[in-house]
Design a protein around this ligand. Sequence first.
Ligand SMILES: C[S@@+](CC[C@H](N)C(=O)[O-])C[C@H]1O[C@@H](n2cnc3c(N)ncnc32)[C@H](O)[C@@H]1O
Length: 505
Amino acid sequence: MSLKKPQVPNQLFYGDNIEVLRKYIKDETIDLIYIDPPFNSKRNYNQIYNNIGKEDKAQAQAFIDTWTWDDEAIQGFENITTNYNGLFSKQTIQLINGLEKVLGKGSLMAYLISMTIRIVEMHRVLKKTGSFYLHCDPTSSHYLKLVLDAVFCAKGGDFRNEIIWHYRRWTGKAAKFQELHDVIFFYTKSDEYTFNVQYTPYTDKSLHRKQNYHTRVKGDDVYVTSIDEKGVRDNDVWQIQLLNSQSKERLGYPTQKPEELLDKIIKTSSNKGDLVLDSYCGCGTTVAVAENLKRRWIGVDITYQSISLILKRLADSYGEKVLASTELNGVPQDIESAIALANKKEDKTRKEFEKWCVLTYTNNRAIINEKKGADGGIDGVAYINDFEANGIDVGIKEILFSVKSDKKPHVSYIRDLNGAMQREGVSMGYFITLYPPTKDMLEEAKKLGKYKNKYFGKDYDRIKIVTVEQILKGEIFDVPKAQEVKVVKSAKRKGDSKDQKDLFE
Ligand SMILES: C[S@@+](CC[C@H](N)C(=O)[O-])C[C@H]1O[C@@H](n2cnc3c(N)ncnc32)[C@H](O)[C@@H]1O
């Protein structure tokens, strides 16, 4: 009998991609990388689920897209200038040194350093025949292109395209041209790479245009390359609809990209069975499309909301079986790793332990309270139906979650949660604790008694204490879902609809 672990085709990592790349991803193993990192645009990437009440939206604040010149930036700068692991080309080192002179030690430089050390790792893991796509916007695209040139072109690779993703949206009335595009850079590691030409099929309308193309071809060679029986050969300007609030695809993740965009990239630059990496995978557009196109994939994200949303997206789209072919890494599986997560103190992983507790326990049903600073000890909110005071109308009631990781949890935490519940007019709360609750805490919770939910005709503890140990054993929140509030949208089941068929393979 072989002791070798069975090979699982796909991997999802919960963690900082620099650590994941350095520790777990071997040299020259990936066929295609697409990344859509947070931009340096001072925009708030609030990782909130958009389909909730306005009040929650205003309060929620997850990942503020700013960088500061901190220890991580200093360390990254040192990694580059001392050529950590021998990975940095002379051009990269000189470029970063030069940029530092121009930009100084500020947020833009910190951002570029953070990107450079990661791009260099991604270059390392890319196969010689591999392709790399970086999605960004005009705020920093010109700087990122300098970095990409220094990393790729200095080592036998090349710049292939600057793709403009053009979309329509409401941009307001600022006194400047409307901003209606993103930039996607396409690089390869060598001159030998997969490139499956894509075509936009003719529609009835464009058939008419096709006639015109033919007429013009006679006198003008330029058009010869852009027509084909299959349709119009794709150029570097892509017209793809943004996901608007009405899109069926939309999962409520603010920076979610359309599947059509990833479909084009993955079909162009990989073949069935190839390995695709997205190390900033968000709500998992790349991995969902890769799965659909029968590629193997690796996804990495630093926030647990993404990881739990991806698991749900995959299960909704492809059934539970896809989870069996996915190795989940970095998610606490035992009390030691839960303690390790709770002890992570960097700002980037702020509240990750609390998010993991609340989302795992509620199976992704709760909304995370992203408020920085004083949050009144509330880490999440879920919803239940109950009758209004008139006993006729059905309303939605909040349930509060509070998480603590202190070695010696105190009875005052239960009182605080009860205080917050009273303040908010809430009848139910959950207290999640990493270390076992004290006798006092259990007694205090018991003293608060039961809440009778008339809609479901059931009694619940006013405050229920749950331990991380119980969560790790798979214990789950057993409160029925509020009908009117769908916190996380479900992805459409894949497989039967015509639009999923691969037209040109
Ligand atoms: C713009 S979003 C990606 C959206 C994605 N393309 C989609 O369609 O859902 C960027 C993601 O990068 C993640 N992220 C930021 N820094 C990271 C890091 N150092 N390691 C891993 N993920 C990171 C954020 O949590 C966020 O989910």
